[in-house]
Ligand binder design. Structure first.
Ligand SMILES: Nc1ncnc2c1ncn2[C@@H]1O[C@H](COP(=O)(O)OP(=O)(O)OP(=O)(O)O)[C@@H](O)[C@H]1O
Length: 280
């Protein structure tokens, strides 16, 4: 199916995420703690600790508050495009990816994913009306630190097919061998113990494990951050080829490494203190 490159694949609107309410400090508990400390010191310091007690027991209670982590942001990920997301540490980039992937609840807002109905017409499914397992098979998050299981690479790649969400899919070893050729590795790589792999090789396995499940949207959280230049280039090529091989796919790519990734970007977004700005 052909698709215009400006077709929206994911649309999100007015996303808000707040931290949980931080409970107030219970000042009577605090006073009790200080008193216990005071009774346990020797009499010679009693006068001094009484002064200390006055200073360290505040009269007023601290107010409760919720912190705004994602501040009313909206955006669209378009077909065939790479959208690069930059921003300082703690600005909310990873939080946004986890919300879009359905791994973290938002306080309010809407996320819709392009899909098809029985007559193959376009529809947009809301995250609120889609079972979480179904949502996560369409929108996949690739994190910086891959978690692999004990056992061989092959067993790690086959593992998702044991999950109910993917039981309708079949493991395709030929697809993996073709990908490994692109990654300049032989089929013997599949027989290696996962615990013996380098950080870069672990990330390649993690990526293949996700891509084989044919997601429509990839959310990348600094996937090349810990990799050497060669492995990083291989991983970038793997991801770009994945994007180009189906016009209905899209990538949102969080990175601090703007030099390498920015030339590939169709769009550039920037986060600052939970606020999203579209740079281009
Ligand atoms: N589950 C959570 N509950 C409350 N606060 C959180 C939660 N997860 C993250 N935060 C806070 O939200 C803010 C944004 O975190 P986030 O991980 O999205 O930053 P980031 O932009 O991805 O940073 P980095 O570039 O360092 O990865 C931080 O202040 C963090 O402490």
């Amino acid at each position: 199916m052909s698709l215009d490159t400006d077709t929206p694949i994911v649309e999100f609107e007015h996303l808000w995420v707040h931290s949980k309410r931080i409970p107030p400090i219970n000042t009577s508990d605090q006073r009790r703690t200080v008193k216990t400390q005071i009774h346990s010191v020797s009499a010679i310091y009693d006068k001094w600790t009484t002064k200390f007690k006055k200073i360290s027991t505040p009269d007023q209670r601290l107010p409760t508050h919720k912190k705004v982590l994602i501040n009313d942001i909206s955006g669209t990920l378009l077909a065939g495009q790479i959208t690069v997301l930059t921003g300082a540490s703690g600005s909310g980039k990873s939080l946004l990816l986890r919300v879009l992937a359905g791994l973290l609840p938002m306080s309010s807002g809407e996320i819709c994913l392009r899909s098809h109905d029985a007559s193959n017409s376009d529809i947009y499914k809301s995250i609120h009306n889609t079972p979480p397992t179904q949502w996560r098979t369409r929108i996949a998050l690739l994190a910086q630190n891959p978690q692999l299981l004990e056992g061989r690479v092959l067993e790690n790649l086959q593992m998702p097919y044991r999950l109910q969400a993917h039981q309708h899919l079949e493991f395709d070893i030929d697809w993996h061998i073709a990908q490994l050729v692109q990654l300049e590795r032989s089929a013997e790589f599949l027989q290696q113990e996962a615990s013996h792999l380098s950080g870069g090789e672990r990330q390649l396995v993690n990526t293949l494990r996700l891509l084989q499940l044919n997601p429509q949207v990839l959310l990348l959280d600094e996937p090349t951050a810990a990799l050497d230049i060669d492995t990083s280039t291989q991983l970038v090529n793997l991801l770009v080829n994945w994007l180009r091989s189906d016009a209905q796919r899209t990538i949102l790519w969080v990175t601090h490494d703007t030099q390498d990734i920015m030339p590939l970007a169709d769009r550039h977004w920037h986060m600052q203190a939970g606020v999203l700005t579209k740079m281009r």
